[in-house]
Design a binder for this molecule. Structure first.
Ligand SMILES: NC(=O)c1ccc[n+]([C@@H]2O[C@H](COP(=O)([O-])OP(=O)(O)OC[C@H]3O[C@@H](n4cnc5c(N)ncnc54)[C@H](O)[C@@H]3O)[C@@H](O)[C@H]2O)c1
Length: 396
């Protein structure tokens, strides 16, 4: 009997006792794909309609997801407004691929997903320009005080004499020669650096994960430690991904290392900043002003949380990424990734699988070579079924 057939038979036998029937065999003829935290599937449908049934859940947590989706969905599309912890992932009985419609995937436990045989993908190109442009808007706003001037006018302030202008526009600063410190020089960080240079900023960055040489190709100054960046920047902007090592990267201790009266901008992730410490620093004038698109608790409300009575705060509701074009492009790209998962081999067929290493490692531990899994099982099915169940392998 050929090797594939033997392996397939072994898999089938293992599956019988472990998982519900939908994950036992090949992909169902019309697999179910669910948009977890949204309603509008009009962009995704035309791309998937000949290979899958598309449903939407409009859920904010897995408790709100219908039983049928939990039992049958093979693919999931999601934005940033739902979180999938290990406990949540375990509720899905047939899931093989999750695609984050966006670049950040800190709301999914990608390691646990891999251990459960679920590939997680993101759309890294999505909104790089929009997020960088929004960041520059925030930085320019802090320096040129546009929002606050607008507010003053709304409140009836009619500055006409130079003295009145001085009063209402006090705190406006010249940009040329100021040092902008970028924390995290990935896609968005680099796009911010290029834009900031043309405004006359002296740009420095801190990113311990990048290889040497990036600073040369982009003409930037690299600093070796976070402390160096904090000490030398007039305005600090966050562009690192949120991970298990950098929660509250900006806290009371690191704020005290910043220059007196510097600006802070965050369009990356709310969890990077301890808002209580930030509010205190704003009240004491140690930080002159801050612009935040992302918050520790979202959706953000000015009425709640430590920033409610802090001065010089500009907030936007996690919209830095949004433009009509970016939204459509990332939805199209996400649907295409799901299509590749359904029609191809997981994870090899995927363009942006962020837990591929974990998936392969998990497959290795399960004793199955992903390359030799029968193609009908589509790879991921084998990972999912076997992890942690090696001891149940019947001996031939
Ligand atoms: N507000 C929005 O609408 C919006 C839109 C897009 C992206 N984002 C967020 O912006 C951030 C950047 O996105 P991206 O696409 O450029 O990601 P990316 O993965 O391309 O870049 C992240 C960079 O951060 C670096 N990094 C990680 N931990 C770090 C640390 N502790 N100190 C310094 N550098 C560190 C990494 O090495 C990497 O170069 C992410 O958090 C993403 O979720 C927000």
């Amino acid at each position: 009997m050929d090797r594939h057939k033997v392996k397939r038979q072994r898999l089938d036998r293992i599956c019988e006792g472990i998982r519900p029937p939908i994950v036992n065999g090949p992909m169902p003829a019309r697999p179910l794909v669910a948009l977890l935290d949204g309603r509008d599937c009009t962009v995704e449908m035309p791309i998937l309609k000949d290979v899958a049934t598309v449903a939407f859940c409009d859920a904010q947590s897995t408790q709100e997801i219908h039983e049928k989706v939990l039992n049958e969905a093979v693919g999931a599309l999601m934005y940033h407004t739902i979180t999938l912890s290990r406990q949540d992932l375990e509720k899905f009985k047939a899931l093989r691929v999750i695609v984050r419609i966006g670049s950040g995937y800190d709301n999914v436990d990608i390691k646990s997903a891999a251990e459960l045989g679920i590939a997680v993908c993101n759309i890294p190109s999505s909104s790089v320009e929009e997020t960088a442009d929004s960041t520059l808007c925030h930085i320019l706003n802090l320096y040129r005080r546009v929002t606050w001037l607008h507010q003053a006018m709304r409140e009836g302030n009619r500055a006409s004499s130079v003295e009145q202008i001085r009063e209402v526009a006090g705190g406006a600063v010249r940009i040329r020669g100021e040092t902008l410190g970028i924390i995290g020089l990935g896609r968005v960080g680099q796009a911010v650096a290029l834009r900031a240079k043309s405004f006359g900023f002296n740009v420095i960055f801190y990113d311990p994960y990048l290889p040497d040489g990036v600073e040369r190709s982009l003409g930037l100054q690299r600093v070796g430690t976070l402390q160096d960046l904090l000490m030398h920047s007039d305005c600090i902007t966050l562009h690192c991904s949120l991970n298990e090592h950098n929660h509250h990267l900006i806290n009371d201790f690191t704020i005290k290392q910043m220059r007196q009266g510097c600006f802070l901008v965050n369009t990356a992730r709310g969890g990077l900043v301890d808002e209580k410490a930030l509010a205190q620093a704003l009240k004491e004038g140690r930080i002159r002003g801050t612009a935040l698109d992302v918050h520790e608790s979202e959706p953000f409300s000015f009425a709640q949380g430590p920033l409610k009575d802090a001065p010089n705060v500009i907030c936007t509701p996690h919209t830095a990424w949004y433009s009509e074009q970016a939204s459509i492009e990332s939805r199209e790209d996400a649907a295409k990734e799901i299509r590749r998962a359904i029609t191809g081999h997981i994870p090899d067929a995927l363009r942006n699988c962020v837990n591929k290493e974990y998936l392969l490692l998990a497959a290795q531990w399960s004793g199955i070579d992903p390359a030799t899994v029968h193609p009908e099982l589509n790879g991921a099915a084998a990972y999912r079924l076997l992890i942690g169940h090696e001891s149940t392998l019947p001996h031939d």
